[in-house]
Design a protein around this ligand. Structure first.
Ligand SMILES: Nc1nc2c(ncn2[C@@H]2O[C@H](COP(=O)(O)OP(=O)(O)OP(=O)(O)O)[C@@H](O)[C@H]2O)c(=O)[nH]1
Length: 346
């Protein structure tokens, strides 16, 4: 049976590319926390696979094996392409990629015809094996050739985004974050709220992370620096590991008993004076902020620091309340299959 996307949602990502390009590895590393080196032993995928992930949106990731011929008559490619939000095409940059580019333009031509709203995303993958100069050259070459092919097909207006990625560093998470964000209808409101939070709380950079995958579903509008992303993403793991070490105290026991889940929160003072702040949100999300402001910097008095953190706490709580409202409203607009509004927030 062919894979079909869930009805009423276009938050479906279709992963395509030639054999051994790295599609399964990407899925395993990003969504299943597999260690990158363990992907060496992955078997070639022979059947289309679909996986569901629940975050701020319900995301489906569908992988089509490299050897499959999607255009043979008994394969309903039209239905498949019309139901997806993003087509992610993986190109192995360490291999000869001309065949992949021909395959890519053929797929873009078909996908665009069936579904002009589809986001087309190209991963120039396995860049860990290339020197810095060669990466830029490969990217330029791939972009140029794809542009030429699309021009020949009369598709010069089609928007294609390119990302340099590897499973051995954070580039694959950064790329997937941007790909997933494009599928979240509430993104402009979320960004606006995060900008407000930054402005009123002396925060330098803030991310709304999906805790399991370390994809950030939103961030404020200042540019993302990959080092800041890394520090914030690792802070989630540290917080969770430390949290597991502690036994429940009376307060959290009370919260659990009264039906409320224990809310994860952590603050860490770094040796360079910055502060990392994490607070659990809803739907497996956590807000992580980097605070470099002078008010809370090392050297300022403890009382000042406490005051600033209290303001941040207060504003983050307001943010969380707004997030709950946004999420509830979006569920009201898209009724669940049984007609009710899902009320499970954690
Ligand atoms: N160096 C490097 N190798 C990678 C990277 N990503 C995946 N690989 C390796 O590429 C090989 C093929 O990966 P797969 O994930 O099986 O490729 P696939 O696209 O799913 O292949 P099919 O299932 O045949 O369609 C594996 O040995 C991975 O370890 C990467 O970022 N860098």
């Amino acid at each position: 049976m062919e894979p079909t996307a869930k009805d009423n949602t276009n938050a479906t990502i279709l992963l395509m590319g030639l054999r051994r390009g790295g599609k399964s590895s990407i899925c395993k590393v990003v969504f299943h926390n597999m260690q990158p080196l363990d992907t060496l032993y992955l078997e070639s995928t022979s059947k289309p696979t679909t996986e569901q992930f629940s975050s701020l949106i319900d995301l489906s990731v569908m992988e089509l094996p490299g050897q499959l011929n999607y255009f043979e008559p008994n394969y309903d490619s039209e239905r498949l392409f019309s139901s997806i939000g993003a087509l992610v095409y993986v190109i192995d940059s360490q291999d000869e990629y001309l065949n992949a580019l021909t395959n890519l333009s053929m797929i873009i031509e078909f996908a665009y015809k069936v579904n002009p709203k589809i986001n087309i995303e190209v991963l120039i993958h396995k860049i860990d094996g290339l020197s810095e100069d060669y990466r830029i050259d490969a990217q330029r070459d791939i972009m140029q050739r794809t542009g030429d092919e699309l021009l020949d097909l009369g598709l010069e207006g089609v928007q294609v985004s390119f990302y340099l990625t590897s499973i051995f560093d954070h580039s694959i998470y950064e790329a997937f974050s941007r790909i997933v964000q494009k599928l979240i209808p509430e993104l402009p409101s979320l960004e606006n709220m995060l900008d407000n939070l930054v402005q009123h709380s002396s925060i330098d950079k803030v991310f709304l992370f999906d805790v399991n995958s370390k994809i950030y579903v939103a961030t404020d509008s200042s540019p993302v620096d990959i080092q800041t992303y890394e520090v914030c993403a690792e802070f989630i793991d540290i917080t969770i590991d430390l949290d597991d070490l502690y036994v429940e105290n009376e307060r959290t026991k009370g919260a659990v008993a009264s039906g409320r889940d224990k809310e994860l929160k952590s603050i860490s003072h770094l040796s360079n004076g910055s502060i990392l702040y994490l607070k659990q949100m809803i739907r497996g999300l956590a807000l992580v902020a980097l605070i470099r402001n002078d008010d809370v910097r090392k050297g300022s008095t403890d009382t000042n620091q406490d005051k600033s953190l209290a303001i941040i706490d207060y504003n983050v709580n307001l943010f969380k309340q707004s997030l709950i409202k946004i999420w509830k409203n979006s569920r009201l607009e898209q009724p669940t299959p049984n007609g009710g509004v899902a009320d499970q927030l954690a």
